[in-house]
Unconditional design. Structure first.
Length: 438
């Protein structure tokens, strides 16, 4: 969850800056100047195992861009723990980079500050047009009815990763496709002394991703069509209870997972302690723990019945990274050229291959590098059964308050306290009361 963890950390700060329309970004509808045509500053998010890995991946591509355009790109890779707060400070001070990476779940929240360049039809045409991008990825670039606040750069989706050795030991012939099958498989694993399913119960963003998907499967959206919080609908309550019951009732998630927030569930999986995890692009992390590629398999994340698809058959949120431009950049022409470069077919293949993610550019997805069994599952999920998190300005607060409610419910389950429909509804009612009032 390295890519999304900062959303929770910065949500409270974000609620304070949303009232400052267009702070640091010029007046609405304006663009930056070309006062510094030979330089760009770029804040990249930490996608690799560490900051140095990102520099090794990105610097040759930035050198390539400079050779082609004469524009030097000054790179700073920003840890996820700092990125959102750094961006928020920049939106209020006006002292930000020219181009930056943002978690795609932040798009509408940052859009509402007015600090980011809108990607209207003219700007999109300069990078090949909106039709180049996968629809689900483009759906995570800002509020509906408004021009995108960013363009997709790296795409990811959730899948079910399973440990082949532990499955064989437990006599599980194939990965589960439904939640009932997942529970049955998890119980077979726990009977063998393993953890059935790993999760990160103290990671607020991960909690939101899981209950949002379950909410879709129960017909709940967590927000009304006009953007008001709707956390206590029967579908939302059922989704949260179903997720926490994997520990509280079915006992396939170990109680210790209630405190996990730093990818410990992936470490357990790689060390043959846990049989399954629901994750996005986990292969690089498994490899960093010494797990060989043929030791694990990947399958679509479960649905309630049938097979994944739209609506109540959704089995992933649209995960990924977007690329944005500050409106007050001093090199607006160069910034647009840089976005065009980074979203070109050539760079999309190079960068997404390096990070184990999926290109959000349709033609780049056709490269053989993305036809591996694991990436094919993620690509199919993005195309057919993934849905963007609510594109509302309050999305980050949603991650904080509902993610915290789920964390507290996991803590109750780990301590042996009952998790009932009433207790879940009470937690969600409290969370909804903490949201900004419109």
């Amino acid at each position: 969850m390295r890519r999304t963890r900062a959303a929770a950390a910065g949500a409270v700060t974000l609620s304070l800056v949303l009232t400052a329309a267009a702070c640091g970004g010029g007046t609405s509808g304006s663009e930056g100047s070309d006062e510094r045509p030979r330089t760009l500053t770029y804040w990249a998010s930490n996608q690799g195992a560490n900051l140095e890995v990102d520099k090794k991946v990105l610097q040759p591509e930035l050198d390539k861009f400079e050779k082609r355009t004469g524009i030097k790109v000054e790179l700073e890779v920003v840890p996820w723990s700092d990125l959102l707060n750094r961006i928020l400070t920049a939106t209020t001070s006006g002292q930000g980079p020219d181009v930056l990476n943002i978690g795609n779940t932040w798009s509408a929240s940052l859009q509402s500050t007015g600090a980011l360049l809108p990607w209207d039809e003219q700007n999109l045409a300069a990078i090949g047009g909106r039709d180049r991008f996968v629809a689900s990825a483009l759906g995570s670039t800002g509020a509906r009815g408004q021009d995108p606040a960013a363009v997709p750069l790296y795409s990811m989706a959730y899948a079910l990763y399973y440990n082949k050795k532990l499955f064989a030991e437990a006599g599980i012939a194939k990965p589960p496709a439904t939640w009932d099958e997942l529970i049955a498989a998890g119980q077979k694993l726990t009977a063998k002394g393993r953890n059935g399913l790993g999760t990160e119960g103290a990671n607020l963003s991960n909690n939101i991703h899981q209950v949002f998907v379950l909410g879709k499967q129960h017909g709940a959206d967590f927000f009304t069509p006009d953007g008001k919080p709707d956390f206590t609908s029967d579908g939302a309550v059922a989704a949260v209870k179903q997720y926490v019951d994997l520990m509280a009732e079915h006992k396939i998630i170990a109680p210790g997972n209630a405190e996990y927030a730093q990818n410990q569930s992936l470490s357990d999986f790689a060390r043959n302690k846990t049989g399954m995890v629901l994750w996005q692009t986990a292969s690089a992390t498994f490899k960093s723990h010494g797990m060989k590629d043929d030791a694990w398999g990947v399958a679509p994340a479960p649905v309630r019945s049938g097979k994944p698809g739209p609506g109540t058959a959704t089995n992933s949120m649209v995960a990924g990274i977007n690329l944005a431009v500050f409106k007050n950049t001093k090199n607006i022409d160069g910034a647009k050229k840089f976005v065009a470069f980074m979203t070109s077919d050539e760079e999309q293949v190079i960068l997404n291959k390096a990070y184990g993610s999926i290109p959000p550019v349709k033609t780049a997805q056709q490269d053989p590098a993305f036809d591996t069994p694991s990436l094919a599952v993620l690509r199919e999920t993005l195309a057919t059964s993934a849905t963007a998190l609510p594109q509302v300005p309050e999305e980050s607060q949603f991650e904080t308050v509902v993610g915290t409610a789920v964390k507290e419910l996991f803590a109750d389950a780990a301590a042996g306290r009952p998790v009932t429909t009433e207790s879940v509804r009470a937690k969600l009612e409290k969370a909804q009361q903490q949201m900004p009032r419109k």
